[in-house]
Design a binder for this molecule. Structure first.
Ligand code: GLU
Length: 420
């Protein structure tokens, strides 16, 4: 689908300004939050397997450290650029504030095509990128984590590079690591699990029953795939799934567990997965399926003014960061489609990242049930906070989430004051 031209950082600013107005904030009270605190652009030279040198462009943006160390993932994708990473960093600030964990927001990225690179090339890219951003990261400063096309192995290389250059093991420099080197139980599934809790919370408010409700999920990786499996376990019917390779539809519901297993052994792609009565559709058809709940769990700017009129889902739960443009948001609102925003719905990942970091800093290990229960408590509390503002002020859930977040960050900023 062709992407609507839109700058995600401008989108973020427009929301921020509106939320500030609703909260009755003066421009001075939040102007600092319109700018990232620190923007680092790095050139990352990598010797490719063929012996040639390629210079990749990388970024680490720290949007805010007002409420604590900066926190956010690193993505490897051809569409990575400064404006995208700036928006993603700001969304991390709002996300951490909505769920009320003591972090600010950051994001990193490298513009590359990871699926065309070998494991050795990715390792060399990761190590050199880590070395380049090393002056600004660390457990007390800024803690990277996985995001699009990065995973626990990439975090292990980052942790090892940082530790080697420091001269001692520093597990708390990244989260989403393998459990063997200080990763947290439950972290890999945490974003998908958080999405599942959010879906249960919204249908509970609407007095609906999970059994038989239909869901389409765009994106079938660590977020969409896991969310689909956990939601199927709750009785939802997953009728549509998709990834970069194809989109699939089956009216009676897809066996998502078996689809996930298939993708795991097929270069993480769904292409070639078959089930009786299941048909291949295109990505836009998936987004426009007549379902109860649509879960975009891939990239930003997927629901735009071009396709928003055709969306037929009754509820949208944003598992990706920024999948809906502001213009599309307005169209969906007029169509009375209930939108549960990204900064609330997909916060499960960073919540368990926080638990991982706390365990690292204490050299302690919690068990998985404890973590999953704690995650549920945090997600439920955040949902209630947002729902309350949504009801009291008669605003969308997205506006309510921004209001909850901005109120917390602006208050912290005011208390801290300006240095010097
Ligand atoms: N990349 C994830 C997100 O966008 C997780 C970030 C983290 O755990 O720091 O929320």
């Amino acid at each position: 689908m062709s992407k609507e031209k839109c700058n995600p950082y401008e989108n973020m600013l427009a929301m921020l300004d509106k939320a500030a107005e609703k909260l009755g904030l003066e421009y001075d009270d939040y102007v600092g939050l319109r700018y990232p605190e620190r923007e680092l652009t790095v050139s990352v030279p990598v010797e490719m397997d063929n012996g040639k040198k390629v210079i990749f462009q990388g970024y680490r943006i720290q949007h805010s450290s007002t409420r604590g160390p900066c926190k956010g993932g690193v993505r490897y994708h051809p569409s990575v650029d400064l404006e995208e990473v700036k928006a993603l960093a700001a969304w991390m600030t709002w996300k951490c504030a909505v769920v009320n964990i003591p972090y600010g927001g950051a994001k990193g990225g490298v513009k590359c095509e990871p699926e065309k690179m070998s494991e050795n090339e990715l390792r060399r890219l990761t190590r050199r990128y880590t070395a380049m951003i090393l002056p600004i990261i660390g457990p007390e400063k800024d803690i990277p984590a996985p995001d699009v096309n990065t995973n626990a192995q990439v975090m292990a290389w980052m942790m090892d590079t940082f530790s080697m250059l420091k001269g001692y093991a520093v597990p708390g420099v990244v989260t989403g690591k393998p459990v063997d080197i200080g990763g947290s139980l439950g972290r890999a599934e945490a974003t998908g699990r958080g999405v599942m809790f959010t879906v249960l919370n919204i249908i509970d408010k609407l007095k609906l029953e999970a059994n038989g409700m239909s869901i389409a999920v765009q994106g079938f990786g660590n977020v969409g795939g896991v969310a689909a499996m956990l939601l199927a376990e709750q009785g939802f019917k997953i009728v549509g799934i998709s990834d970069a390779s194809c989109a699939l539809y089956k009216k009676e519901g897809i066996d998502v567990k078996s689809a996930f297993e298939f993708a795991k052994n097929n270069n993480r792609l769904l292409k070639g997965y078959e089930e009786p009565e299941m048909v291949e559709i295109c990505n836009n058809e998936l987004l426009c399926l007549d379902v109860d709940i649509l879960i975009p769990a891939a990239l930003e700017n997927q629901i735009t003014k071009k396709n928003a009129h055709d969306i037929r889902a009754k509820i949208i739960v944003e598992a990706a960061n920024g999948p809906t443009t502001n213009e599309a948001d307005e169209i969906l609102d007029k169509k009375n489609i209930l939108m549960v925003p990204d900064i609330l719905a997909n916060a499960g990942g960073v919540v368990v990242s926080y638990f991982e970091w706390v365990q690292n800093e204490q050299y302690f290990m919690w068990d998985e049930d404890y973590i999953n229960n704690k995650l549920k408590n945090v997600m439920d509390k955040a949902f209630e906070d947002v729902w309350k503002i949504h009801q009291e002020n008669n605003v969308s859930l997205r506006m309510a989430a921004y209001m909850v977040a901005l109120d917390r960050v602006a208050r912290a900023k005011k208390i801290r004051g300006i240095f010097p």
